[in-house]
Design a protein around this ligand. Structure first.
Ligand code: LFR
Length: 488
């Protein structure tokens, strides 16, 4: 018998409500509602428009009525961002965007409070200014009053779960993006919390990925005229939903979740935390079944998305498909950027910053949109190879295939460049890995699917997956040497 669930997937630029259907063999998904996610800058701070996003959840719930019986609801979002709730359960302020400048300089400041090595040793997380711990540190320094008023910190998916059910919990996978967890114990780290003098009370009880949080509140059911439905804490972290839907057969594999961000790594039973992993700044994040994703966070398609926005601002509108065609026609392996260089993180004139990067590093300067997009794709592929070598060196394993999932797999150019740069086969798909993972984790929580392995088998059988084989070894190896020289 067919069963249906409702998945909400929020990305940095948009979100969807999707109906997930499982017939005992295959999972299919149907889009019910799609909306944009537009950060709003007010008085110099960049916020998420959280009430608007909750409004869109309600729209999704209304549209889902046409699906008939919905067994459960699951929400996933990007990592690290949060809302603060006071004792009465009210949201204190709008959640702030991780790209806001409030965290500038916080990394260095944090090392005055805790030794860098110890910090990494406990959390096993890659140091990135966007991490929750650095956002909290900036609050501690500039808005201590706000932190003192807060009773609970709820990460974005936990916040939406709370708005829906009234339950204030921290789902494990999203909590592991904060850099406030003890990676081995998989609980909040008292040592880190004390080092920063954060109020202990704000950190909610951690619940395992794929467990029930509660049911829709009576008020919501009445307001929207819908029945009481369970809410499942899927992997609140989108990357972990995507990882659940990687169609890998082997136990040890490389995944590459490719959207606004690119997350490249492997799945482990226990974290790897040692000098080498710290040196390479590899992160240990948590997922379903207490598994660890040992991964590198790479800037991803953001550079293409933001370049496209810049061209629109200049009056030249291209679709992603058009940009791909222009990039394919541009000459290969001419110039590279380090996609993770700090100047590429903020919104703005990315094409000009790319030209400046190439000028500074004495390379060919890309002019046309096609040349810029080719440069980004090839630089990303090179960065994937670099990250893969770091991961390999830490795990001591050799990987035959890169399992690429997410929106980036729609770019044949990026998939082929990845195969060429990494010198191994690329399995590309599913495009909708995050939603499929969200849906599958709900069926796992309900007992309709029995294991993560079974999820991956089902995905293999349900989805269209392409394969890319590497070409042009000599040119890419030579270009990789050039690439390594321009890394920041
Ligand atoms: C991807 C992602 C990454 C996280 C970044 C910022 O959507 O969740 O895993 O590092 O967004 O939160």
């Amino acid at each position: 018998m067919e069963k249906k669930v409702l998945a909400f997937d929020f990305g940095a630029s948009g979100g969807r409500a999707m109906c997930g259907i499982f017939d005992g063999k295959k999972i299919t998904i149907e889009e019910l509602h799609r909306f944009s996610n537009d950060p709003v800058i007010v008085n110099g701070t960049m916020y998420w428009d959280v009430l608007r996003l909750f409004f869109e959840i309600k729209q999704g719930l209304i549209k889902a009525k046409k699906c008939g019986k919905i067994e459960s609801i699951g929400i996933d979002t990007w990592g690290v961002d949060f809302g603060l709730i006071d004792k009465e359960g009210r949201l204190l302020e709008n959640p702030v965007h991780y790209r806001d400048k409030r965290t500038q300089g916080m990394l260095e400041k944090s090392f005055r409070r805790i030794d860098m090595e110890k910090f990494y040793h406990i959390t096993g997380n890659q140091f990135m200014e966007i991490n929750t711990v650095f956002q909290l540190l900036s609050l501690m320094e500039k808005r201590e009053d706000l932190l003192m008023k807060a009773d609970k910190l709820l990460l974005m998916p936990d916040l939406f779960n709370y708005f829906l059910t009234g339950e204030k919990k921290a789902e494990y996978s999203i909590a592991s993006t904060t850099q406030l967890l003890d990676a081995e114990k998989r609980t909040w780290s008292d040592e880190i919390i004390h080092a920063f003098d954060f109020p202990e009370r704000i950190f909610p009880e951690i619940i395992p990925t794929g467990t029930k949080v509660g049911s829709l509140t009576k008020e919501i059911c009445e307001e929207l005229s819908i029945g009481k439905t369970e809410v499942v804490a899927v992997a609140g972290h989108d990357t972990q939903c995507a990882l659940a839907a990687v169609p890998a057969e082997e136990k040890d594999f490389i995944f590459l979740s490719c959207g606004t961000w690119s997350l490249l790594g492997t799945e482990l039973s226990e974290p790897i935390i040692n000098e080498k992993s710290r040196y390479y700044n590899v992160t240990n994040e948590g997922g379903y079944g207490r598994k660890i994703s040992f991964l590198k966070n790479i800037i991803g398609l953001w550079c293409i998305q933001e370049s496209r926005r810049q061209w629109i601002r200049e009056g030249k509108e291209f679709s992603f498909g058009e940009l791909e065609e222009l990039a394919k026609a541009a000459p290969p392996l001419k110039c590279f950027i380090d996609p993770d260089a700090p100047e590429f993180t903020p919104a703005g004139n990315v094409p000009e910053r790319i030209r400046e990067f190439c000028r500074r590093t004495g390379q060919n300067i890309p002019g046309t949109p096609g040349e810029i997009v080719r440069c980004i794709n090839e630089s990303l592929a090179m960065k994937y190879r670099y990250a893969m070598e770091e991961i390999q060196s830490c795990t001591g394993k050799n990987y035959q295939t890169v399992y690429m999932v997410g929106g980036g797999t729609q770019s044949a150019l990026l998939c082929q460049c990845t195969a060429d740069a990494c010198r191994c086969a690329v399995s590309a798909g599913p495009v909708e890995a995050t939603v499929l993972g969200n849906v599958a984790l709900q069926f796992l929580a309900m007992g309709d699917i029995s294991s993560l392995q079974e999820v991956r088998e089902i995905i293999r059988g349900s989805q269209d997956i392409k394969r890319y084989i590497p070409h042009g070894k000599k040119d890419w190896d030579e270009a990789y040497e050039r690439f390594k020289k321009i890394l920041v």
